[in-house]
Ligand binder design. Structure first.
Ligand code: SF4
Ligand code: SF4
Length: 142
């Protein structure tokens, strides 16, 4: 039977809403200060000659429970491009946090690490792992 990804994505959104809300409160102030002016965006193609487009959004079955068919669905829905991946160079990542890969959720650049309190980085890492576990639970029953 073909998976109804629209319905599954809504389920993931509802199940992770508390974790995503806390992540937002921890990170948004710092990100809105530093990201708009950043010339070394971690998601951009020039970064390590990798970036979002070349990595496919950093979805990797080794670290992330998102199956390739769901990644394909997200690429179509959020207009993944061969140049920028899921990144909109003007406004940032097109994916809502609950759909970002584990690698994207757990990674903090040097500038973020300087400005965030250590406790906030630890908390954000814990939340990223919680989101991954919740997704795993939902996706194993698909
Ligand atoms: S998270 Fe860091 S590397 Fe990425 S855009 Fe923001 S400041 Fe730049
Ligand atoms: S999915 Fe979003 S956060 Fe992850 S690399 Fe791509 S643009 Fe960046």
């Amino acid at each position: 039977m073909k998976a109804n990804w629209g319905r599954i994505v809504k389920k993931i959104e509802a199940a992770t809403k508390d974790e995503v809300a806390i992540l937002k409160s921890l990170l948004d102030t710092v990100n809105s200060k530093i990201c708009p002016e950043c010339k070394e965006c971690c998601c951009a193609a020039h970064n390590f000659d990798r970036g979002c487009a070349k990595s496919g959004g950093y979805y990797d079955v080794q670290y992330d429970p998102t199956p390739p068919t769901l990644v394909k669905y997200l690429k179509k829905k959020y207009k993944f491009t061969v140049k920028s991946g899921f990144l909109n160079p003007e406004t940032g990542c097109k994916l809502p946090r609950y759909l970002r890969s584990y690698t994207c959720l757990i990674y903090f650049c040097g500038k973020e690490q300087k400005l965030l309190r250590r406790i906030d980085v630890t908390m954000a890492g814990y939340l990223a792992r919680r989101i991954r576990t919740i997704k795993e639970q939902i996706l194993t029953n698909v």
